[in-house]
Design a protein around this ligand. Structure first.
Ligand code: UDP
Ligand code: MG
Length: 344
């Protein structure tokens, strides 16, 4: 069955989430367009405005005015990087889809090499950083620690030193879009899909302009999201800790009995108060771990829409988007977007 979508499918979609990127966007668009042009004329650039407070949307509109390859997606409010990227992937229609940050930390020029690896049979080509300019030692150290921990905690092979910068086949993107979870750790979800996933080493540059939109608090939340959505090991730690403390308390009991047989009764205040404080803390900690999972379970069971789209700009046309857009059957949604893109 040939739908409008398959007829109008461009060869390449480039998807970029943008949050307050007014300083980088024009340069970003120029470099992406140039990288695509060297490969094919059949491409689209999907720019997702994640509720920016600066001129990001008006720049996207003016880019769409002059370049029919541009598809602008305006979210109703800020949803965060991972959901904005997800929204872009819902709209992207290409045979192959490249996900990239809009701040030019990931060079768009790698599209050619990524395409070549995919021609050789890869389902996913992910950028793997061999160096990272312009990052603080703190970010590098915490990121290193996080990835080591994540690898230990999960059976999904999530490669180190990778972000979400990657080229994916249509099949991988379609499978990705079937995953309904809110707590999204895109690089992990794509790894989970499996198939032939190959790295492409590259040097990550400093931001072209502006500052990181990931403050420490967001980074911590992102890390906890990643761990809780890919591992239930932390929940099971309680079992091991419980067993260990049970063994320990048996030994304490033997010791107490021995002391009693020696008629020593009052000594041991320090050890008692220490044990109470220690195990009290431990129990609160494990409760906290349970809470992290429980809270996420609550969020997921609500089943709210993942993202809300205000409008989509395809070429010169601005379209209102139906409220249930993110819930539409993939075929229906793609047909709507393809029909709009066809008017360009
Ligand atoms: N971003 C977004 N929504 C947000 C935060 C960031 O769409 O709430 C975009 C941002 O514009 C950029 C990408 O996500 O294109 C990565 O963000 P950033 O560069 O701030 O993260 P970092 O590279 O510092 O980890
Ligand atoms: Mg960045």
């Amino acid at each position: 069955m040939e739908t409008i979508r398959t007829k109008l499918r461009p060869l390449i979609s480039v998807v970029a989430p943008c949050y307050n990127e007014e300083e980088s966007l024009r340069e970003f668009h120029a470099r992406v367009a140039a990288a695509c042009q060297t490969l094919t004329g059949s491409y689209e650039i999907v720019l997702v405005d994640d509720g920016s407070k600066d001129a990001t949307w008006s720049i996207i509109e003016s880019l769409a005015d002059t370049d029919p390859h541009v598809v602008g997606v305006r979210l109703l409010r800020n949803h965060g990087h991972q959901l904005a990227a997800t929204a872009g992937l819902h709209v992207a229609n290409g045979e192959r889809v490249m996900l990239i940050d809009a701040d030019l930390q990931d060079p768009p020029e790698l599209l050619g090499s990524m395409m070549a690896r995919m021609d050789e049979g890869a389902d996913v080509v992910y950028g793997q950083r061999i160096s990272r300019e312009g990052e603080t030692w703190f970010k590098l150290a915490t990121a290193g620690l996080f990835y080591r921990m994540l690898t230990k905690l999960t059976s999904v092979p999530i490669p180190r030193d990778t972000g979400d910068f990657r080229l994916m086949s249509r099949r991988v993107v379609d499978l990705f879009l079937l995953m309904p979870e809110r707590q999204r750790f895109i690089r992990g979800m794509v790894s989970w899909i499996g198939g032939n996933q190959v790295p492409l080493p590259y040097e990550r540059h400093a931001r072209f302009a502006g500052s990181s939109k990931y403050p420490l608090s967001k980074m911590i939340r992102f890390a906890v999201d990643a761990i809780t959505s890919f591992s239930t090991v932390p929940l099971r730690i309680a079992v091991w800790v419980g067993l260990a403390t049970a063994g320990f308390s048996m030994m304490l009991l033997l010791y107490a009995l021995y002391q009693w047989s020696q008629n020593v009764v009052v000594a041991g205040w320090a050890s008692i108060i220490t044990a109470i404080a220690f195990f009290g803390g431990l129990q609160m900690l494990m409760l906290g771990v349970f809470g992290e999972y429980l809270g996420r379970l609550v969020q997921e069971t609500k089943g709210r829409p993942l993202f809300m789209v205000k409008s989509i700009r395809a070429g010169k046309h601005l379209h209102d988007v139906p409220s249930n857009f993110s819930r539409l059957e993939p075929g229906v949604r793609d047909d709507i977007v393809a029909a709009w893109s066809g008017e360009r």
